[in-house]
Each structure stands twice: as structure tokens, then as C-alpha cells.
Write a protein that binds this ligand. Structure first.
Ligand SMILES: Cc1ncc(COP(=O)(O)O)c(C=O)c1O
Length: 417
């Protein structure tokens, strides 16, 4: 029988740590997934296991060989999850650090002259890196403006700004402030139509937990994620780079292998936890697909995840039964509009005349964890053009339930009564 996510919910939730209780505050509903998704219990076990192993990679002993094999397996697991056969994966300090490094490598290695293109839609991680390295590689930075009404940027917007001399371009896959996901393949095609040799780097950090990823179809050179936002844990970032980006001169150890991106001794446990994420999503996808191909099962899992999240955010916006949705509450405004087909598991809203932090506190008092986004250096790029000083961000994942949305809407009714 083909399952549904709600039917599988007890089994899904059982696989995650702290699913309904916080170790610091007790029982709570977790709608702060954009700040960090729940961690798989398998990831917790794997992390403890590898933290205790003293051996290093690259030695001629059985333990060392085992560690090298585990890293190799994790990279091949990631290739299935991210939908790519060429290029390579490597780990770094964080998603932000990897975006800086990959963008720096592209900016410093690309042919002289020309320009670097990015968008106001982006998180400061990629935008700051592109602006910094545009300046240091002596090229103008051209900015593509996003749309306030839809909380998005499109391929046409990029097409209007790129030119034949665009050497590097950056794209944000999904925004942690508006909640919308862009069409990466269309934006990349628009860039390559005029600048075929451009190095295209994508920030996939917010997007990674919210549906299938298919790097091969994007025709890009870099894709970066933060594993703690995709059911693994804190402490490292994970990047994919194309072979043509690797072929550029990039920072390496003197006389080391030219294709290497790793810096220093790797945490085998970090790689092993990516295998745990793939195993989990494969298990999930196996309930929606009879395919014998793992990639197909992973893609199916991604589609099921996004469909369930859409049901949750629709319920949050339009209500359930007698419970009013956010759109029916007086004074509520939602970033990107009410019915936005590009929404991926996240609703940011404000209530006119009420500080968002008060609403977040009132929700916290009722056991519901959300987050205030302020017009600061993280979210100002989205909030300032709207003239908003702040918003409440409610971010879900596929392990959240309609009952939790009911509890949220009941709390909102109370808070706004
Ligand atoms: C889209 C996006 N980019 C970059 C970051 C920064 O990620 P990290 O703090 O893991 O480096 C985040 C964090 O939430 C994000 O959502």
C-alpha cells in the first residue's frame, strides 16, 4: 500500500530527537525548523560513536581504512540525495563558511574583468561573500532586485541584469525569511544563455529539508547546505562543487592533490551522519514508491515532504474547521501573499500595531516555539523594502502535524482576542 505522511507520523516522529519536548523547557511544539530542524536519533548515535574513535584517515590499518570507506560511502549517498554524478562533496566549518570559500574560489579563479551578479533575495551568507569578492577581484557587483509582493526573484529578473561578461552569479534556492523557493534551473539557464562560462553558486541551506534536490538539472557549479537544517547536526557545512570549479586554481596544501577541497583532518562522523539522513529519507521514500532505485525513492520522499508541508502551511493560513487561519485574523499581513505556490514550509507574518517579539513570546508561553525576524543584517534585505521592522516566522517540517497547527491557531485566537 502507498502510504501518506500523516499515516506514517508515529513512525516518522519516533525517528527524531526532542520531537515534542525541549530539554530546557519541557513540552513544546517546534515551529522553528528554519533555525535548525530536528535531529535524527540515528545521527545522535552515529555522532557519539565517531566522537570516540581516535584513529585518523590515511593510515595503513583497519580502523583507518574503515573511516576512509565510510567517507566514500557518505559521498556516494550524498550524490543520490543531491541528484548529481560528477563533481565532488566536501565538508567545512558551516554553510556560511563554505559559501564564502566557494564564492571566493570562483571570484578569484574566474577570467579577469566582467562582473559578479547576485540578488537582494539572498541571505547575507552568499550576498556578503559575493560583494566582498567582487571588490577584491576588482569587478562590479550587479544586483538583481526581488519582488516584495511574491517574496521571490525570477529568471527574467536575472536575465535583465546578467551580461556576456558575468563571471560569477549567486542564487538563493529558498528564503528563510519569505519562505519561497525559486526555480534554480530556470535562473541558471537564463544566466548561461548570455554568459555560458559563468560560475553559478547556489545557497541551498534553507531549501535542503523541503523537497527533492536535483543538482544535475540545475547546471550549476556549487551547492551548499548546513546539515543541522536537514536532520543532521551542528558543527559542519556540506558543499558540492563542479569539476570545472575544481579545475580553477583554488587554495590547496603545497604540492597536495590539485582536485582536493578538504582542509585538514575530517570528522568522519559528520560524513557518516549524512548517510543517516539519506537512509532515513530512503526509508521514507520507500513508503511512497515501489521503485528499486534509491535516487527515485529519495525524490519521491522529497515530493511527499513538500506536499505535506504545503498542507500544513495552507492550514496555517486558511484555517482548519472552525479555527481561523492567519489570513482571517484582523491586522495580519503575510510576506509573499496568502496563496503563493512557491511557499516551502514557512510563513512569515506580522500583526499591524503589535511588535512581533510580543507574539513570539505569547506563543512561547503557550508552548509553541517560533522566531522573530528583525530588519537586521540577516533579514533586513527582505523586511526593509517592505517597510517592516520585524515579523514572526513560523517554520514547519514534514514531521509537524495538523494537530500542531490547530494548537498554533488556537493560541493565535487567544493572543489576538
Ligand atoms: C538560506 C540560508 N543561508 C545561509 C544560512 C546560514 O547558515 P549557517 O549559519 O549554517 O552557516 C542560513 C541559516 O539559516 C540560511 O537559511
Amino acid at each position: 500500500m502507498i502510504e501518506t505522511i500523516p499515516n506514517l507520523m508515529p513512525q516518522i516522529r519516533d525517528r527524531f530527537a526532542h520531537v515534542d519536548t525541549c530539554p530546557f523547557t519541557g513540552e513544546r511544539i517546534f515551529f522553528e525548523n528554519a533555525g535548525g530542524a530536528l535531529t535524527l536519533k540515528s545521527v545522535v548515535d552515529t555522532s557519539a560513536k565517531f566522537a570516540a574513535i581516535p584513529d585518523n584517515q590515511g593510515r595503513d590499518n583497519a580502523a583507518s581504512h574503515a573511516l576512509v570507506d565510510i567517507i566514500k560511502t557518505a559521498k556516494s549517498d550524498a550524490a543520490d540525495l543531491f541528484g548529481v554524478t560528477g563533481g565532488q562533496f566536501f565538508v567545512g566549518e558551516s554553510g556560511t563558511e563554505l559559501l564564502f570559500r566557494v564564492i571566493r574560489s570562483a571570484a578569484m579563479g574566474a577570467q579577469d574583468g566582467g562582473n559578479i551578479v547576485g540578488s537582494t533575495f539572498e541571505h547575507p551568507a552568499s550576498r556578503s561573500a559575493a560583494l566582498h569578492w567582487a571588490q577584491h577581484s576588482d569587478r562590479p557587483y550587479l544586483s538583481v532586485a526581488h519582488h516584495n509582493e511574491t517574496g521571490l526573484v525570477t529568471a527574467d529578473d536575472y536575465a535583465a541584469v546578467v551580461d556576456a561578461k558575468t563571471r560569477v552569479a549567486t542564487i538563493l534556492h529558498s528564503s528563510p525569511v519569505t519562505g519561497m523557493g525559486v526555480d534554480v534551473a530556470a535562473i541558471s539557464a537564463a544566466i548561461r544563455a548570455v554568459a555560458p562560462e559563468c560560475f553559478i553558486i547556489v545557497d541551498g541551506i534553507q531549501n535542503a529539508a523541503h523537497g527533492a534536490i536535483d543538482i544535475e538539472s540545475y547546471d550549476i557549479d556549487g551547492y551548499v547546505v548546513s546539515p543541522y537544517k536537514m536532520f543532521s547536526r551542528h558543527g559542519y557545512g556540506f558543499a558540492w562543487v563542479s569539476d570545472r570549479l575544481t579545475a580553477l586554481s583554488h587554495e590547496q596544501l603545497l604540492n597536495g592533490p590539485k582536485e582536493a577541497w578538504e582542509f585538514g583532518t575530517r570528522d568522519t562522523g559528520s560524513y557518516a551522519t549524512m548517510s543517516d539522513v539519506v537512509s532515513y529519507l530512503d526509508w521514507l521514500g520507500g513508503h511512497f514508491s515501489t521503485s528499486t532505485d534509491r535516487r527515485e525513492r529519495l525524490v519521491t520522499a522529497g515530493h511527499a515532504i513538500l506536499a505535506h508541508e504545503t498542507e500544513l502551511t495552507n492550514a496555517m493560513i486558511h484555517g482548519i474547521g472552525n479555527l481561523k487561519g492567519l489570513a482571517q485574523i484582523d491586522g495580519v499581513e503575510i510576506i509573499g501573499g496568502i496563496d503563493n505556490p512557491k511557499r516551502k514550509g514557512l510563513v512569515s507574518f506580522r500583526i499591524q500595531g503589535r511588535p512581533s517579539s510580543d507574539i513570539v513570546t505569547a506563543l512561547n508561553d503557550r508552548g509553541i516555539r517560533t522566531h522573530t525576524r528583525k530588519a537586521d543584517h540577516y533579514s533586513g534585505g527582505i523586511l526593509n523594502p517592505l517597510g517592516w521592522s520585524d515579523c514572526v516566522r513560523v517554520s514547519v517540517c514534514h514531521y509537524n502535524t495538523l494537530d500542531e497547527i490547530r494548537a498554533f491557531l488556537t493560541a493565535m485566537q487567544d493572543i489576538t482576542a
